[in-house]
Design a protein around this ligand. Sequence first.
Ligand SMILES: *Cc1c(COP(=O)(O)O)cnc(C)c1O
Length: 386
Amino acid sequence: MSTDVRDRLTVRREAGSSRATALVDVGALRENTRTVARLTGTPVMAVVKADGYGHGALVLARAALAGGASALGVTSIAEALLLRRAGVDVPILSWLNAPTADFRPAVHARVDLAVASVEHLRAVVDASRRAGVPAIVHLHADIGMTRDGAASQAWGRLCHAADEAEVAGHVLVRGLMGHLGSADRPGSAATTADLDRFEAATDTARAAGLRPSTRHLGGTAAVLTDARARLDVCRVGAGLVGIDPAASGAPLRAAVTLLAPVVSVREAEAGQRVGYGETHVLDRPTRLALLPVGYADGIPRITTDRAAVLLHGRRCPLVGLVSMDQVVVDVGDLPVRAGETAIVLGPGTHGEPTAREWAGWAQTIEHEIVTGLGPRVERHHTEETS
Ligand SMILES: *Cc1c(COP(=O)(O)O)cnc(C)c1O
């Protein structure tokens, strides 16, 4: 076993853990941020939503800032306030709040707010009046995903209302934002159409009198593969944790390793059922190891009979259905003993399965694998730079 895996295992043992543990490589997060900044030549807004894509929001935020990011992005106000309360002082943009949200603490804490409708704008103006400070807003245009953002027919009215609110001193319109939803297929005509719509939305905003200083698009796939998506700042999350959704070839490193201790090892005979139901019947005598990770920890149930974990440097297949809390692994004749550590997922540098492989087994994307790591998985942060 190489030194750095041993180091990781040492970290785990020092923590006294007998549970599944996610080791987060802070050096990788920092280097990935530097890589994205270098490749895009643009300031980076580090997106740390969903608890930093499962890596810890504050851990990812601090690593990204150390790697040169200039701003942070989150969905909810609660996520933004968590960062502020931890002392993070850079601009933070929160873009997904219902108009019924309590915007006042966000305005007080100088959290930038994305606004996607006149109704949203009214709520933000109301909060800024009560807070006695103008809210900093970014108008969000739907440029093709038909998801968040103002639809094109509502955009002009939103821009005019925002201009009025700005003239009245209630808001400062710092940004215009859109999102590119088809950029994982580089060269797609949909992306060109989306970019054209963003330009048209910008013209409408300027015609309404707005002078936003910061126009921005995301996410990782777009800004890594399409120079047209790099405006004043790039909103990037996945790339920071080592995901390259458009296979751009950027030298990004996966930052999380999921370890699980072997709870027990048993001998089993041909013909024995394994786990719930009768989905897996052993066709030969073997040895089975039990790991305390299941679908509540982010191991997708659908991966049964495809997935494997690394023990003694070898891939050992999962057998039987994934349970809520546990999985059974066929270790064959490997001399595995209780208390040893399996590598469930990692960068792949030692032969362990990657998040990409897990995503393939689960018919999903890496994002869902890393953000799915459950709350009872212990997080530890290491400073590897290999
Ligand atoms: C999640 C998100 C991002 C980051 O996207 P990645 O592909 O993870 O880099 C950027 N902008 C918006 C609006 C998002 O929701």
